[in-house]
Design a binder for this molecule. Structure first.
Ligand code: NDP
Length: 287
């Protein structure tokens, strides 16, 4: 590979991203704020830079994997002159608004900017199930696609730099609410002497099977008609028993009541006979 790459930030994630590049034969310069973290990568064949500026000046492609948006700007704002004319791929987790601000900042400085959201933990990097979402410069994405694909499955969402981050955070919302649902179930059975480990054995295949419902809900939502045949109605989706059983177990009903309230708002508005997917209307319009 002729393209020289620099990686800024050698934490749990950055060090794995850099190792993948070195192992694939990319000439790679690495930099970390605190010393010592580059040693393993140098042993692999990477080159350590003494300063972030040295690392930037070494390469056409600069990858930032720092803690957050503030640390990215703390490191890179003083280096805009050096970054001009280079590609910056920022895989640091940021909000969509921060990603868009960074894209404007980069455009003003003549930096080609690609924003990334990593949907993986470090040990997944390099496997197909590691998914990395990108938005921003299409040119950077396409030109350096081979490099990006070393980390996992790369998906590009378009020139709006905030989209990868928006998608990332939307997927994480789904994950956190699902985890809370699993933990609610585990708390429900705990007073009956059922361990969380036992419950997990039943919950994992059940929830996996239930993800098969997403497509049907999506078709109803995108079709814009919640009355189409074959759906579970809101009235049928009565969570009263689940809330009562949770209270009987002496646990909090917050998690399950939240869903019950979303359903109830649609029933109160006269949509009880319509499909369960309609609760998205409760979510789209805050009470
Ligand atoms: P770590 O906490 O392991 O590493 C953070 C890195 O940021 C370190 O290199 C640290 O340097 C550096 N850093 C923090 N603040 C500054 C600063 N002000 N100036 C310069 N460098 C700074 O985090 P990760 O590697 O796990 O995460 C990096 C990014 O990747 C984050 O945005 C995270 O959200 C994202 N990510 C991580 C995942 C994971 O599973 N780990 C999953 C998906 C995304 P120092 O060593 O000097 O402290």
């Amino acid at each position: 590979h002729s393209v020289q790459v620099s990686v800024l930030g050698l934490g749990a994630m950055g060090s794995v991203l850099a190792a993948a590049l070195i192992e694939a034969g990319y000439p790679t310069t690495v930099w970390n704020r605190s010393p010592g973290k580059a040693d393993d990568l140098v042993a692999l064949g990477g080159k350590a830079a003494a300063t972030a500026g040295d690392a930037v000046r070494d390469s056409q492609v600069v990858i930032a994997c720092l803690l957050d948006d503030a640390s990215v700007h703390e490191v890179l704002d003083p280096l805009t002159g050096d970054l001009a004319g280079r590609a910056l791929i920022n895989v640091t987790t940021t909000t969509p608004a921060q990603s868009r601000e960074s894209a404007v900042w980069a455009a003003d400085a003549g930096i080609a900017y690609l924003d990334g959201g990593i949907m993986a933990v470090p040990h997944m990097i390099g496997r197909p199930e590691s998914s990395i979402l990108y938005s921003g410069s299409a040119e950077v994405f396409h030109e350096h696609r081979a490099l990006l694909d070393l980390w996992g499955t790369s998906t590009y969402f378009g020139e709006d730099a905030g989209l990868a981050s928006l998608y990332d955070l939307a997927l994480l919302s789904g994950m956190y609410v699902m985890f809370a649902g699993f933990l609610h179930g585990a708390a429900m059975v705990a007073p009956a002497g059922i361990t969380a480990t036992e419950f997990a054995k039943a919950a994992a295949p059940w929830l996996t099977a239930m993800t098969g419902g997403f497509e049907g809900y999506a078709a109803v939502i995108d079709g814009g008609d919640y009355t189409v045949e074959g759906q579970q109605s809101l009235e049928f989706s009565d969570l009263t028993h689940i809330v009562a059983a949770s209270a009987d177990q002496g646990i909090s009903t917050e998690v399950i009541s939240m869903v019950q309230q979303l359903i109830q708002r649609q029933i109160d508005a006269g949509h009880g006979k319509e499909g369960f997917a309609r609760i998205i209307e409760s979510i789209k319009q805050p009470a």
